[in-house]
Design a protein around this ligand. Structure first.
Ligand code: SF4
Length: 230
C-alpha cells in the first residue's frame, strides 16, 4: 500500500511557547499583518469561520488572500436576514464560501438542551470544516462579552490547530469606522438592536448599554456556543 504524504507535515509546527511569543508581538500589529502571517504560514490549509454579523474580518482577509475559504455554519435556525447577508457577502467578494449545512431535525433540541444542541449542530460542523486544516481565524473580539475579555490573538485550540483572532483587540468604534470607511456589508439586524446574532430561537435584541451578548440564550446560564473554546 502506498501512503499519501500528509500535506500538513511540511507546515511550520510551533510550540505553545512560540505561539505565546507571537501573541505578544501581534498585540502591536494591525489585523492585516496578522492575517498575512497566517496566510504565509498555513495557506491553503487555513480558513475563516464567519458568523455574518458583519463582514469586517472577511473584508480584511480577502484583501490579503482572495482565495481564503470562508466557512459558514447553516444550523437551519438562522434569521432570514443572516442568510441574505451570507448571499450579499458571497456576491460582493466572490467568496470561496463553504456552507456547512446541518441536516433538518424535527425535535427542538435547543429548547430542551441548548448545550447539546450547540455542540451537535455548531461545534460538530466546525469540527468537520476544520478537518485537514492547520489553522483558522475568527472575528471574535474582547469587548463583546466578559467571557471574551482575555481572548488571545493567537493560541492553540482544543483540536491542536492554530486559532487566530486578528481583530480581538478592536473596539466597537474600530469596527464601526472600518465598516464605514470600506463600505462593508452588515447584517441588517445589527441596526435593529441585535449586536450579536446567532440562531433565531436563541437570540433576542438587547437594550442600549446592555452587554452585546445579553440577548444570546437570554434567561439561561449559557453564554457561549463552544465554537471558541480553547
Ligand atoms: S444557538 Fe440555539 S439553535 Fe443554534 S445551535 Fe445553539 S442551541 Fe441550537
Amino acid at each position: 500500500m502506498i501512503l499519501e504524504p500528509n500535506p500538513l507535515a511540511s507546515l511550520p509546527q510551533y510550540s505553545d511557547e512560540e505561539l505565546a511569543e507571537f501573541n505578544r508581538e501581534f498585540e502591536r500589529l494591525p489585523a492585516s499583518k496578522i492575517i498575512q502571517w497566517g496566510v504565509d504560514n498555513f495557506a491553503p490549509h487555513l480558513c475563516l469561520s464567519a458568523s455574518m454579523t458583519d463582514a469586517v474580518l472577511i473584508d480584511l482577509a480577502v484583501k490579503v488572500y482572495p482565495a481564503i475559504e470562508v466557512v459558514f455554519i447553516d444550523t437551519g435556525y438562522h434569521f432570514p436576514e443572516t442568510l441574505e447577508t451570507v448571499e450579499n457577502v458571497r456576491r460582493k467578494y466572490g467568496l470561496n464560501l463553504r456552507m456547512m449545512t446541518v441536516q433538518h431535525h424535527d425535535e427542538e433540541l435547543w429548547k430542551l438542551d441548548p448545550e447539546n444542541c450547540c455542540s451537535a449542530v455548531k461545534v460538530g460542523q466546525l469540527d468537520r470544516a476544520l478537518m485537514g486544516k492547520a489553522a483558522w481565524m475568527s472575528g471574535l473580539r474582547r469587548v463583546e462579552a466578559a467571557s471574551r475579555e482575555s481572548a488571545p490573538i493567537i493560541a492553540r485550540d482544543l483540536r491542536g490547530l492554530v486559532k487566530l483572532n486578528p481583530i480581538a483587540a478592536w473596539s466597537d468604534d474600530d469596527v464601526a469606522g472600518y465598516i464605514e470607511d470600506h463600505d462593508v456589508p452588515v447584517n441588517p439586524l445589527t441596526l435593529q438592536g441585535y449586536p450579536s446574532i446567532g440562531c433565531m430561537p436563541c437570540t433576542q435584541p438587547v437594550a442600549d448599554g446592555e452587554d452585546p451578548r445579553a440577548g444570546r440564550w437570554a434567561g439561561r446560564d449559557k453564554t457561549e456556543c463552544g465554537l471558541h473554546d480553547m
